[in-house]
Design a protein around this ligand. Structure first.
Ligand SMILES: [Zn+2]
Length: 433
């Protein structure tokens, strides 16, 4: 633990510690945030007193990403939720969105420090130790993932930045510099396993003993994790963050039972039912969408921000000594389909399909027929088979397993090995009509 006095403090005391910090943050919003002054007043909360205490937060409206987008203009390119004077902003990241103008995420020096501390707690949880060599594949360019790299310095690691898009260079660095840890998206880790296999290289014999994955769900799915651990001969742990709030907000420890909350004192989290917006009680095994509130952010503070990340919560004690709850990401609420009343997450489909490795490669594409969320069964899914695999009855077996585990009917088409698109960064699992 890099901050044991915080990370191992009883979780029950966290709300009481956060309560006064939250009140100050609400005052800051009324002072500086045109966005929240308007939004809260419109909803009947005209001043900090009306907003009330942290334990009353559920009565306040949510903040949606679209609202922030709509508040941007040429005069205010960041949005009206920006509260920092120009001269206090030390960095501005952009989102990796594929269309239109990116959204900008500014940070004051204090905000940047909060991100680095959060990320340091998160990556330390994986078990990496001072002096260990870690190779990273995130580009430290315009995107927030680059800020996570600063936490490696904080942890005293020997950081070997390689960046994305050059597998040859990465493999040479692993071979010659012998790092014991590697940081990447789970999609890229799988891609590298495939790449090595095709060249007759034994990745499991490499120096890498820890694989730290982040950037998308997958590293926490039991079948994909087992696949990665076998291919790399390494322990896989994952981390998760969201650019609008904080990088690496959640980090998994060596017990490998979910990602601990790493933003204690900086961010407040809630769980809601995405359909009704109602709070979900924080009990063992609860599932819902994460809603996040900044407690100390001074550049673009957000209140009850809907992340669209659907998670399963664990509040049971952890042997590592960290007392913060853990989550496992089930999928993005945005990617969820409803097949005749049943919620279907693409990542859950992938988890089932992965049970059929080595007959399948694990690469698949869900191809819904209807626009929008609601679908009539059967849901078309193309599954890539492995070279030389026995595919007799395979489609039917996958269909039956999906039916049994996820309670919806699929229509499985098999595709030859290597014919579906691959990603060196994040996997696309769904192709909307
Ligand atoms: Zn733990």
């Amino acid at each position: 633990m890099i901050e044991p006095e915080i990370e191992s403090a009883p979780w029950e005391g966290q709300a009481a510690q956060d309560a006064p910090v939250y009140l100050k943050q609400i005052e800051h919003l009324f002072d500086r945030s045109g966005f929240y002054r308007d939004k809260l007043s419109r909803s009947g909360f005209a001043n900090p007193r009306a907003v009330g205490r942290l334990d009353e937060i559920a009565k306040l409206p949510f903040t949606e990403k679209d609202e922030l987008r709509q508040s941007r203009s040429r005069e205010e390119p960041i949005g009206t939720h920006c509260t920092a004077p120009r001269e206090e902003i030390v960095r501005i990241y952009s989102t990796s969105g594929t269309t239109g103008t990116p959204s900008y995420i500014p940070l004051t020096a204090g905000d940047l420090e909060v991100w680095i501390r959060t990320s340091s707690r998160s990556y330390a949880a994986s078990g990496v130790r001072r002096g260990e060599r870690v190779v990273s594949t995130y580009n430290a360019g315009p995107f927030v993932a680059g800020a996570a790299l600063a936490s490696f310095d904080r942890l005293g690691l020997c950081h070997i930045p390689i960046g994305t898009g050059n597998t040859e260079r990465l493999m040479t660095a692993i071979d010659l510099l012998q790092p014991t840890a590697a940081v990447m998206t789970p999609s890229y880790a799988l891609h590298l396993a495939e790449w090595a296999r095709q060249r007759g290289m034994d990745l499991a014999a490499s120096s890498v003993r820890r694989l730290l994955v982040a950037g998308e769900p997958g590293g926490g799915e039991p079948t994909m994790r087992a696949q990665l651990e076998a291919a790399w001969g390494a322990v896989v742990t994952e981390a998760m963050g969201i650019g609008d709030i904080s990088i690496s907000l959640w980090g998994e420890c060596e017990q490998k039972a979910g990602m601990h909350f790493s933003g204690r004192g900086f961010v407040h989290f809630e769980l809601i039912d995405p359909a009704t917006g109602e709070p979900v009680p924080m009990v063992e095994g609860a599932t819902g969408e994460l809603v996040l509130t900044h407690l100390v952010n001074r550049s673009t503070p957000l209140l009850r921000f809907r992340t669209r990340d659907h998670v399963r919560l664990s509040v049971a004690p952890c042997a590592c000594g960290r007392t913060a709850p853990r989550v496992r990401c089930i999928g993005r609420t945005d990617d969820m389909l409803i097949v005749r009343g049943v919620n279907v997450f693409p990542s859950a489909v992938r988890e089932i399909v992965n049970e059929f490795v080595p007959a399948v490669t694990g690469v698949l594409m869900i191809r819904p027929r209807e626009k929008g969320v609601r679908q009539e069964p059967p849901l078309p899914i193309t599954v890539e088979t492995a070279q030389g695999a026995d595919i007799e009855g395979l489609a039917e077996r996958i269909r039956a397993r999906l039916r049994e585990k996820l309670v919806f009917t699929a229509e499985i088409a098999l595709a030859p090995a290597g014919t579906l698109p691959r990603s060196e960064y994040k996997s696309k699992l769904i192709e909307k009509p």
